[in-house]
Design a protein around this ligand. Structure first.
Ligand code: CP
Length: 333
């Protein structure tokens, strides 16, 4: 297709999504049609995810990261540069911005939105962050809010699934962690998978299971979601043998006296390479593993990295395309 026709395709996809000027705080801010529209848009701009397409010249993104990040911040910044825009970043605002002088998040959002055209923010307190977003004059993207949601991580993982399987409906997915309370990526992914018709199993210790507020919402979606608790490592590996995808939102052991007990819980969710290999030999099924990263030692056999089961580094490659698509859909051309 000629370049000018490709631009027309991109323009019409952005317009069909119908999200210009909005904010993305939860994956549930998007309808299913809008999610699939973003997938189509992302696929159409994939040819430029390692080069540049000047669709947003003169536009500025601000990234405000009140918690550490490698992937989310850098992939949004890469996406904006690839679209021909520019970025100003606060990677440690509690030290380098006036937040260190007790400026409220509300004031910060008001001010920053006067400079820039879109804001990506990560914040440890979801209530404060959601409230703060209402003070922005420009679209705000949730780059990870507390334990609540991380919708763009879910979008990129859903997009990767769609690109590798050509569908999401009917796929069997386990979301597993020793702590699904704090798993903000797990919450967003469970919503997305359930809404798009996957069969979802949430595996965790009973004491660290998915929050009731998330389960209640999943139930109202008429979705195919079940919870399994307190599996030992053999039972967990048996469960994942039948999956299309195992989704690991990760977790970190608390510091202090609870640390050792928590590490033992994490052992139960260890993904063995041999389990995946045996399932493939027995049935031809490729059980894919994705981890939202960063991962800790003791979560999976690193032999998976160089096997057909690895999906986490594939997802990184897709993350720029889907974030380019999201930024375009919020800003328009
Ligand atoms: N997956 C994810 O959110 O990674 P970062 O914390 O590095 O952004």
């Amino acid at each position: 297709m000629e370049y000018s026709n490709k631009i027309k395709t991109i323009e019409s996809l952005v317009s069909e999504i119908g999200f210009i000027g909005e904010s993305l705080l939860s994956i549930n801010d998007l309808s299913n049609d809008q999610i699939f529209g973003l997938f189509e848009l992302a696929r159409s701009i994939e040819p430029w995810n390692r080069s540049k397409i000047d669709l947003l010249p003169g536009k500025v993104m601000s990234t405000l990261f009140f918690q550490p990040s490698t992937r989310t911040r850098m992939s949004f910044e890469t996406a904006m540069h690839r679209l021909g825009g520019s970025v100003i970043s606060e990677a440690n605002p509690m030290v380098t911005s006036s937040a260190a002088k007790e400026e409220s998040l509300a004031d910060m959002m008001k001010v920053v939105s006067k400079y820039t055209n879109i804001i990506v923010i990560r914040h440890p307190n979801d209530v404060e962050a959601r409230e703060g977003a209402t003070y922005s004059d420009v679209p705000v993207i949730n780059g990870g809010f507390g334990d609540w949601e991380h919708p763009t991580q879910a979008l990129l993982d859903l997009y990767t699934l769609w690109r590798t399987h050509n569908r999401i409906e009917g796929l069997n997915v386990t979301i597993a962690s020793a702590d699904l309370i704090a798993a903000r990526t797990g919450h967003s992914m469970a919503y997305g998978l359930a809404r798009l018709g996957a069969n979802v199993t949430l595996a965790s210790p009973k004491t660290k299971s998915t929050p009731e507020s998330v389960m209640d919402k999943l139930d109202t979606e008429n979705s195919n979601v079940k919870e399994v608790y307190d599996l030992n490592q053999d039972q967990f590996n048996e469960l994942i043998s039948d999956m299309d995808l195992v989704y690991l939102p990760g977790c970190s052991a608390p510091k202090g006296p609870e640390s050792e007990a928590f590490k033992k819980l994490m052992d139960d969710y260890f993904v063995r390479f041999d389990t995946l290999d045996q399932a493939y030999k027995d049935t031809g099924r490729i059980v894919r593993i994705t981890h939202t990263l960063p991962r800790r030692s003791g979560e999976m056999d690193q032999k998976i990295d160089t096997s057909i089961h690895q999906q986490y580094f594939e997802a990184i490659a897709y993350s720029v395309s889907i974030r380019m698509a999201l930024v375009l859909s919020l800003m328009g051309l």
